[in-house]
Design a protein around this ligand. Sequence first.
Ligand code: PLP
Length: 399
Amino acid sequence: MQPGPIATRVSPSPTAELEGTVEALIAKGVDVCRLGLGEPDIATPDHVREAGIRAIREGFSQYTSTAGIIALRQAAADRLRADIGVSYAAQEIVMTVGGKQAIFNALAALCGQGDEVIIPIPHWVSFPEQVRLVGGMPVFVQGDPARGYRVSAAEIERHVTPRTRVLVLNTPNNPSGAVYGKAELAAIAELCATHDIWVISDEVYRAFTYTPAGHVSIASCAGMRERSVVVDAVSKTYGMTGWRIGYSAAPIAVTRAMTAVQSHVTSNPTSIAQRAALAALSGPQEWIAGVREDYARRRAELFAGVRDLPGLECEIPDGSFFLWVDASWWLGRELAGRPITTIEDFASALLEQARVAVMPGTGFGSPSHLRMSFAAPVPELREGLTRMRAFLGATAAVA
Ligand SMILES: Cc1ncc(COP(=O)(O)O)c(C=O)c1O
């Protein structure tokens, strides 16, 4: 079978592929430290699980309306008002199959054939591929490591053309951990108003922000509520990656278009998962601060450990649960007798010989970086560091 033109336009998700490789190794009995995946080690809270179980027992197992049950849409709107200070009506919320589908819906609703979508580098792996899937053209803006990989309004403006339609902003950023401040966002907002650009603001990591100022949404900047699609999900915040619930918040015309797209692709997200998400979004939130503090400690520990590894450089991230590690020193060298030509060679050597899984940066827009996660349990983090120290230290001494 020859794949069709849309299928050949995109490459498979490298993060999903790594997950498959690691799972296969673990199934074979290999003990792997998993520092590569974008998943917190938080268990879904009991009251959320109970809500899911109750939904099953009550037989809440029919279709819901495409955009989700109204109580959940209202709970999402209430959460956004409390967390980012922007008011939405329940009718402006669409519940989706994870944040991933909300981003796809938004691109499908906003982007015409050949329209340009600006994406700062480094970026989450799916942004450019989703742009290509809807017939748009990704246009990349390189983030400056000296500024924590945040791109400025001036840098974005240099890439604006008459075809520019959307800017994808992801704060806190996966993989760099960059967190945008209010003044930077206000400048970007002004640029978007000047050039009539929409923003898809992916805020799925906003619970994991470690700066004193905390998370700021561009939708809270003057004039931006009317040209933004805010994307959030219960996946990372509540340890619910497998439940597959995300949502978008946007003005009503775009919300209608996104709902129409979704109505022909998946219909509603799972009814039972919606009831669990309702418990997550409307239930107690105080415990999340404890998780954030715990992750801040792990961030410090992984950062200190990786900074001491030979040939690896990184800065402490302001948000998310990733360390974005420059491994360019290793490219062109040898690791345990193997030539390291690409970052994939380096990651494979770590996985196969040190049994530590990390994610090559290529799919995130940088073939000289690695992404490491500190959302792994502390013993696994420490063991991962010990193994990397033993493996890379011994090799670097020879190199
Ligand atoms: C930046 C970013 N946006 C969106 C998503 C999608 O999350 P979900 O699992 O809710 O689809 C992810 C997941 O890894 C992500 O890293």
